[in-house]
Structure formats: structure tokens, C-alpha cells
Design a protein around this ligand. Sequence first.
Ligand code: OGA
Ligand code: MN
Length: 294
Amino acid sequence: MSATLEMETVVPSQAPLGAEIQGVDISADVDHATVQRIKAALHKYKVIVLRDQHLTPEQQIAFCARIGTLEPHVLPQYLVPGYKDLVRISNVLDQASQPIGMIDAGRLWHTDGHFQQRPNMYSMLYALEIPHDDAGEPLGATLFVSTAVAYEGLSPEMKQRIAGLKAVNSLAGVYEMLKRNNAASLRAPLTEAQKREVIHPVVRTHPFTGEKCIYVGKGATIRILGLPEEESRQLIDELSDWCVRDEMVYRHRWQVGDLLMWDNSGSQHFAVGDYALPQRRMMHRTTVAGSVPF
Ligand code: OGA
Ligand code: MN
């Protein structure tokens, strides 16, 4: 019987979160123990990258299904044709000049599915095409912060103040903010169902590590329950700004073949929109379903 003796290597980034996992080929059979170690790294580092992967849609979907339960995307118009769980994130236009995928995904600090009763557990982006500047440097980076590290750094007074608070969240809030930033012009209007409001704790407990994580965002979080409007807005802004301070950021500089995964229970991310056609960006995204935050 042959056995693989080599284990993968985990290389943490210089930032407060983020790591690269080397020595795993996702297109091959990945054994159960390796899947468990990848998940443990994801919980610890909140965002992990596996470089130089060569994945068909089926292989990405199959791997994602081993990490958890696949979730179809809330905006079905952006699916890769023929796949109900695979979304295109892309600035590429079709012959009628319509976007073939989500053209403006993540152009504000956010966490995926914040506006759902059961927010996304993990998101997985596979890079097929990456824009570059004239010097060959990659454009369209994705920035990440750990909301667990951000919570830990709060003053005891602030921890006390926000303990037990709950907030109202909605995708409509995200759209409002994108509109204010002139970033949502190409999106179809939301349906009433997509505008639904959900209540989540302001501090959530990570379902696997038990860490406390700040769970508000300037877009999705509309108001904190039990506070006067102005105080609510001010607290949302203060907590959001605290999470995304420069020194907290892991900047993912994309390469074609990157499979990037992030843990939505303990992080926020932001897509840098510093590129345009003819520079093309094309990603395939899969999502793992989550549970009700507590
Ligand atoms: C997402 C997202 C960021 C990016 O897919 O949820 O925010 O850089 N993407 O494409
Ligand atoms: Mn996102």
C-alpha cells in the first residue's frame, strides 16, 4: 500500500490574518485528514490561499462540497451557465455589453451573506484571469481583516458596551452604500425578498473557535436595536472603522490559479476596483452555507 508521507506546509502572512497552504493539489483526491487540516487553517488564519491550482468547475464544486454544504448564490443572474452553485465574478461583458458576472462584487468592506438568516460560512474564489498594470503588477487585489483580532483589541469599556447588542442587517443597506459610492450602477434592482431585514448579534461567537468577532458593517448593518438613531449610526461606523484599520489588513495580490478561501464568521473583505477593460478579471466563486450567528 502506498501512502503520502508529505504533509502540506502552512506559511502565515505578515499581517494579523492570512496564510498560504503549499503542497496540496485540489484537482487530485484530497484525503479527509487534509481537508480537516485545511479547515483548521481557515479557522485560524481566516483567509488561506492555495496557489497554482488547475481546476475545472466540477473539481472546484467537488472540493467545496467536501468543505461543507454548497449554497446557491442569492443573485442567480451571475451563475456560470449550467452550474447552480458556481458564480462568475468578472468585469467581462458579453456581446450585448452586459456583464457576464458580478462586476462590482465586494466594493465595500463586508462579510458574505451578512443580510441572510444563515450567512455564508466560507467563500471560495478561483482566479482564472487577473488584471495587471503596465509594469505587470497585479491589480484588483482583495483586502481582508480579522474581526476576531479587532474584537480582542477593543477596550474593556467598549466590550462591555456592545455585549448582548443586536443589529438589523439588509442587502438593501449594501446597495445604498454602493450607490453612494457610485459602484452599483450595473446591478439589477433588488426584489422584495432580497431586501428582507435580519437581526444578528453585534458580537458573534465563531462557531468553531469560540472567538468573539465584531459583526457589523457600514453597508449591511442598518441600525443597532435599542439605541437612538444617531448613537446607533455612530457606533456602527466606529466599530466598522476599528475593524478595517490599515495595520489590520491582509492584502491578497492575485495570481492566476489561486484558490482563495475565507471564513465569513471571523473576517471582512474589500475588493479594490483599480482596473478596467481591456484588463480582464475572471473568478469562479463557490460558497459554503452557514448557520445562524450567536
Ligand atoms: C465576493 C467578493 C471580492 C473580489 O466574491 O464575495 O467580495 O475581490 N469578492 O472579487
Ligand atoms: Mn464578498
